[in-house]
Write a new protein. Structure first.
Ligand SMILES: [Zn+2]
Length: 115
């Protein structure tokens, strides 16, 4: 493995540093690796907030604030149900959890509040 990043233009792996810029021996492209890293970094991660605007985290305990219908079940998850050890995900239902009597399911963060 090379200690230098591959050429952003031609993906050549035999790049080297001339002490100032990175140089590609294949296409003679020169670039500043520091700049490259900056443009690649993407740190816009959406925070997941509960109904009150508090940020939720993996492992939190939350309380359901309204009755939620459950697919494949005749009874809803009742408002006031405590849900322990949630796991945050990217989906439309952004909380993964297990609820007694229902098993694994997804919740929307807007329908819970931090316990
Ligand atoms: Zn190149």
């Amino acid at each position: 493995m090379s200690e230098f990043p591959p050429c952003p233009k031609c993906k050549c792996e035999y790049t080297y540093s001339n002490g100032f810029l990175m140089v590609c021996p294949e296409c003679f492209h020169e670039w500043n690796p520091a700049e490259e890293v900056e443009t690649v970094s993407d740190t816009t991660s959406d925070k997941i907030l509960d109904a009150n605007g508090n940020q939720l985290q993996d492992g939190d305990t939350v309380v359901v604030i309204k009755d939620l219908p459950v697919k494949g079940s005749s009874k809803p998850v009742k408002a006031g149900t405590k849900v322990k050890n949630i796991r945050l995900t990217d989906g439309d239902h952004n909380i993964d959890c297990k609820i007694d009597g229902f098993g694994s399911m997804g919740l929307k963060s807007e329908y819970v509040r931090k316990a």
